[in-house]
Design a protein around this ligand. Structure first.
Ligand SMILES: [Zn+2]
Length: 599
């Protein structure tokens, strides 16, 4: 038994010694060979890898939430294909470029719309990774899917096709409601609700009001390993690193129809409108389908002094005769007139220096006819029978002189969600309900202190189409996680009704009066359009830097029998006596709407 144990120990020790010897030999072999062995995934031995200082990266997506239109088309944060270049030592040495590589690079230059020499000059001077820039704006050049395929197939070392999330399209548009981004201040970074890095922060429009929802959870970047001089190690892969959170960034779906918005922007630009706004609301619910402001702005190039970032659709302007809708509503509600009541216009009212445009005598006419031809005499007479309080309450009941846009409390973790927080409430009287006739008469024709926004003007029509019920125009309808799952639907709602409402009968009368404007009044140029339309014109007197100027308005709805849209068109700061550009633009907008509806 002892003998047997000793034998076992002997053989066991021998085996162990042999194993240790093998291990020692193996270790020596590894140490001998290791310095020349290539590291997995690279062309470089470990000795060279020791020289690698760090990685070089380029941001492909800031991780900020994205905004979409009602059909899911991107409005801010569109992903496009771009060509990414990483610095390479070899790129500098022209002699090192083989004939085969040169052919590939020439092809790449063609795709990027530059010469081979320009391409090589740019590549050799690289110190940082580069997303090939486009000719205009800050955005990288967008590649079509076919171009992206081709560049990727070329397989040029150090060049890859990567997806890039560009915030804006790089051009000036009338989408001031989007706002823009600025560098975040230290305070903003500190106060970030998510506590995450916020390099850029929304400074106006939806970028600002929806900031807490738009903040992401980190950026996506492309990176490669570089040597001490910042050059990418030849053959080392260009990889993409993303936060990998399936829920963020959030997708915010607006009520905007992108193609309609673009179409109206083109119309307004073609019409030569310099200042003004167009608002298109869905007649069924008051949703904002298009909101165009002029002059256009480029969110990538905000000039502090320019002011073109102001959204004129949300800024209160002198309304002129479109305000006669309010005066007519007040008079009808008070029961002091009817559409058939007879008046006489000599062209001059005889008081307060008031006259009809160019002193035109309208002669004998009814209140309905006075509305159609926008006779100041008729409306001055009505105003003198009304009190300031009656005019004011009719305006408030129609959603003027107060904030009306959609809002929600305690939603999505926010105490107050108000996407169009920048809207101006406008005014009816700035001094409280004056009793003097002159003030009432001037107010009744939309002059003096009266200011309304193009959004309010369009919404007023939706109110009439809903029998006097004021809806709150909505621009944001749904918030979804990055994986498409809905986080929250944001249904439309009515504006607060505490200001009262006009009767359905008065609303009906006003709608029919507006039809008369088109059939026999100031909107006659709109007869013969594909859809029958109804509306009201306005030419307001303003002062710009002390010089008399006009605001031209036309607001209306259509088609008359089954209204689909309510539209306001405002052309600001035009010389008195100019042709009415607003009625023309209004007609063109409805032409576009009827074509795109296919009805
Ligand atoms: Zn008149």
């Amino acid at each position: 038994m002892h003998k047997l144990n000793r034998k076992r120990i002997f053989w066991g020790s021998l085996l162990l010694t042999a194993l240790v010897a093998v291990l020692i030999l193996r270790l020596a072999w590894v140490q001998l060979l290791l310095k020349d062995r290539k590291v997995a995934g690279t062309e470089y031995p470990l000795s060279k890898m020791a020289e690698i200082q760090r990685e070089r990266e380029t941001v492909l997506d800031s991780g900020r939430g994205r905004l979409y239109d009602r059909n899911g088309l991107p409005l801010a944060g569109e992903t496009v294909w771009t060509a990414a270049f990483f610095p390479q030592e070899e790129a500098a040495a022209e002699a090192a470029v083989s004939a085969a590589d040169k052919e590939k690079l020439q092809r790449l230059a063609t795709v990027l719309d530059v010469t081979y020499e320009q391409l090589q000059a740019r590549r050799s001077g690289l110190k940082q990774p580069l997303l090939w820039p486009s000719g205009r704006g800050k955005n990288p050049q967008e590649l079509t899917p076919a171009e992206a395929d081709e560049v990727e197939r070329l397989g040029i070392d150090g060049v890859r096709v990567l997806p890039f999330a560009r915030r804006y399209g790089g051009e000036a548009t009338g989408r001031q409601w989007l706002g823009y981004l600025s560098e975040a201040s230290a305070g903003e970074i500190k106060e970030s609700p998510t506590g995450l890095r916020v390099p850029l922060t929304g400074t106006d429009g939806l970028e600002k009001t929806l900031e807490p929802l738009l903040q992401g959870v980190g950026h996506t970047e492309a990176y490669a390993q570089v040597d001490a001089r910042g050059n990418r190690l030849s053959g080392s892969p260009i990889r993409v690193r993303a936060p990998g959170n399936p829920y963020y960034p959030l997708s915010l779906y607006t009520t905007i129809d992108k193609s309609l918005q673009e179409g109206i922007e083109k119309l307004a630009a073609k019409a030569g409108v310099k200042e003004g706004a167009v608002v298109v609301l869905d007649a069924a619910n008051g949703d904002i389908e298009a909101m165009v402001s002029l002059p256009f702005y480029d969110p990538g190039h905000i000039s502090p002094k320019g002011g073109e970032w102001n959204n004129r659709a949300l800024q209160a302007a002198v309304p002129g005769s479109i305000f006669k809708l309010v005066t007519a509503a007040a008079a009808l509600e008070a029961g002091i007139t009817s559409p058939e009541e007879k008046f006489y216009c000599s062209g001059h009212y005889g008081k307060y220096g008031l006259s009809c445009p160019a002193g035109k005598a309208h002669g004998s006419l009814t209140m309905a006819e006075g509305f159609a031809v926008s006779c100041n005499t008729v409306f001055a007479s009505l105003a003198e029978r009304l009190s300031g309080a009656q005019l004011q309450s009719a305006a408030l009941a129609l959603g003027l002189g107060r904030d009306i846009s959609w809002q929600a409390e305690n939603t999505l973790g926010l105490p107050l969600l108000r996407p169009l927080a920048g809207e101006q409430p406008g005014t009816i009287f700035t001094t409280l309900l004056p009793d003097d006739g002159g003030a009432r008469v001037q107010t009744a024709i939309g002059q003096r202190d009266v200011r309304i926004t193009p959004l309010q003007a369009a919404n007023l029509l939706v109110t009439l189409l809903h029998g006097g019920e004021v809806r709150a125009p909505r621009i944001l309808q749904r918030v979804a996680f990055a994986n498409g799952q809905t986080l929250q639907d944001l249904p439309g709602h009515l504006a607060p009704a505490s200001q009262g409402r006009i009767s359905p009968a008065t609303a009906r009368t006003l709608l029919s009066l507006m039809r008369k404007v088109v059939t026999e009044g100031t909107g006659k140029s709109l007869l013969g359009t594909k859809w029958p339309l109804a509306g009201k014109s306005g030419t307001a007197q303003t002062l710009v830097k002390g010089v008399p100027r006009n605001n031209q308005w036309f607001i209306g709805y259509g088609p008359v029998d089954h209204p689909k849209y309510a539209v306001s068109a405002l052309v600001e700061n035009v010389a008195p006596g100019s042709p009415h550009a607003a009625v023309k633009l209004f007609g063109q907008v409805f032409e576009l709407l009827s074509e795109s509806s296919g009805a």
